[in-house]
Design a protein around this ligand. Structure first.
Ligand SMILES: O=P(O)(O)OC[C@H]1O[C@H](OP(=O)(O)OP(=O)(O)O)[C@H](O)[C@@H]1O
Ligand SMILES: O=c1cc[nH]c(=O)[nH]1
Ligand SMILES: [Mg+2]
Length: 213
């Protein structure tokens, strides 16, 4: 499936992503290799997710002459959806070391597949900042929808969603509920199964990243 079927979705294609997604999908991949592959893809996603940041110019003096310098004009806030989102947030902080970090704790109920919120801590500045909500898996879209709605209620106006693997069902939900939010992802998979897991997916991202079951 390609991103052209969805408004406001950028599907990042890169040979390193293809190789690392395969490592992540492989059921025999252990925790260390899983973390390393996720972190490599996260850097590529972060690079693309920050592409639209506005710049300001100023004069800088090189050893040879004065020239135009650039700095990022807008503050950035990274908001991982706990737990699995934590695996993506460091990559963004490598590029924007002074970014604020908010946290939203959510866990899907295994029977209803609805997210249950258990924690929130969002720094000041959410109205003006570029706010990047990060979570490797977009399945039904319930968790991302809750997170984006919560931030919109707090006044967020410049929201992006950064994900590793999206199901079409989740992308359709975001398209309907948050048409202004741009999604950056490394894969759009086939569908959800009866347990609302992404097919083929990689299983439970949080469990595989943190070594829980
Ligand atoms: O689109 P949805 O249907 O809402 O599913 C996606 C959510 O499920 C996973 O989290 P999980 O509930 O497993 O929590 P965890 O990160 O603590 O493992 C994943 O990291 C997303 O947050
Ligand atoms: O496939 C899925 C769906 C929800 N959460 C995950 O971690 N994986
Ligand atoms: Mg999980």
């Amino acid at each position: 499936m390609n991103s052209q079927q969805f408004e406001n979705v950028t599907l990042i294609e890169h040979p390193v992503i293809n190789r690392d997604l395969t490592i992540l999908r492989d059921v025999s991949t252990g925790t260390a290799q899983f973390r390393a592959a996720l972190k490599r893809i996260a850097v590529i996603l972060a690079y693309h997710a920050l592409k639209e940041l506005p710049l300001k110019t100023f004069e800088v003096e090189t050893p040879i002459e004065k020239t135009t310098g650039y700095d990022i004009e807008q503050d950035v806030m990274v908001v991982p959806i706990l737990r699995a989102g934590l695996g993506l947030s460091d990559a963004l902080l490598q590029f924007i070391p002074d970014a604020k970090v908010g946290h939203l704790g959510m866990e899907r109920d295994e029977t209803t597949h609805e997210p249950v919120d258990y924690y929130s801590n969002i720094p000041d500045g959410v109205e003006e900042d570029m706010v990047l909500v990060v979570d490797p898996m977009l399945a039904t879209g319930g968790s991302a929808h809750d997170a984006l709605s919560f931030l919109e209620k707090q006044g967020a106006q410049h929201l992006r969603f950064v994900s590793l693997i999206c199901a079409p069902e989740g992308l359709r939900k975001l398209e309907q509920e948050h048409p202004d939010v741009h999604t950056i992802t490394a894969a759009i998979d086939k569908k959800l199964n009866e347990d609302a897991f992404i097919v083929p997916g990689l299983g439970d991202a949080g469990d595989r990243y943190f070594g829980t079951t």
